[in-house]
Design a binder for this molecule. Sequence first.
Ligand code: KIV
Ligand code: ZN
Length: 353
Amino acid sequence: MSNNIIKIFDTTLRDGEQSPGCSMTIDEKIKFAKQLDKLGVDIIEAGFAAASPGDFEAISKISKVVKNSTVCSLARAIKNDIKQAGEAIKDAKHKRIHTFIATSPIHMEHKLKMSPKEVIKRAVEAVQYARTFVDDVEFSLEDAGRSEMGFLKEIISAVIEAGAKTINIPDTVGYTMPWEFGNQIKELVEFVRGKAIISVHCHNDLGLATANSIQAVKNGARQVECTINGIGERAGNAALEEVAMIISTRKDIFSEIKTNINKKEIYKTSRLLTSITGIEPQPNKAIVGKNAFAHESGIHQDGVLKHRDTYEIIKAEDIGIEKNNSIVLGKHSGRHAFGDKLKQLGYELNDED
Ligand code: KIV
Ligand code: ZN
């Protein structure tokens, strides 16, 4: 695997489903997983097998139908969780177990009530046991954003030694600033020296999930965990469509770096999720919001008419929007000033009033 590929790990069916109002039936999950496979995501986190019999069934059915993506189940660092994960993904062509434990002082003391030494022991046992089911084991250090660097290094060395191939650094509570997170990732990438892939998993509590993920990529992370439309626990996760389109749009910055995402499937995947959950992305949501490609101001319409690149850094068709209905004739438009010309250029005009 080239070091220039950023693996996209989609967790819409696991962390995304933890959004209030985003529960899906087993059939809906299967349909969505097939679309994620078409979108080209490298890993589909299909659920948390031990969470419920329904989760287990969804993961095992998804494992049978997904053709290219790796299918993954989450598991706490607990034997029974790992066993259920291993059994749920057994029929997948490519399979991964993702196990985790919290590493921040606040989580270890108040939630786990475990000493750092006990946490390391449990992590190592979890990875060793997961390796009895699959070769591909990911280990996450929950709340890594608020964990101490010395302890992160200690536990990372131990789980790599135990057989983890991907080390995920979550900013579980969306607390870190991009420069802090970037520095943390740089130090950890240098520390693991290619013995494992460093992954990131950023939450959006301060609106920084995408910025933090991108900063991590600039500092050597080679897997990004994200969700369609940015859904997820509380304020959500980094949005897959934003991460993928930033990397593809800013080739001047990410020259050699690529994802395997098939951009033309982005819009369709976003719409499928909305049709399943009934939850629309906010209208001004980057990339997939209803207004993401809409021009209302007359000055902007004039610019687009003269040269599309004046106000469009991404073309709607790049993400698979077939009908470009991006021109809104409203009170800021100089009313119908450019209507005929815009129609000739293929824009579908939307009269606001
Ligand atoms: O936010 C988080 O820390 C998680 C882990 C389970 C990866 O979702
Ligand atoms: Zn999460």
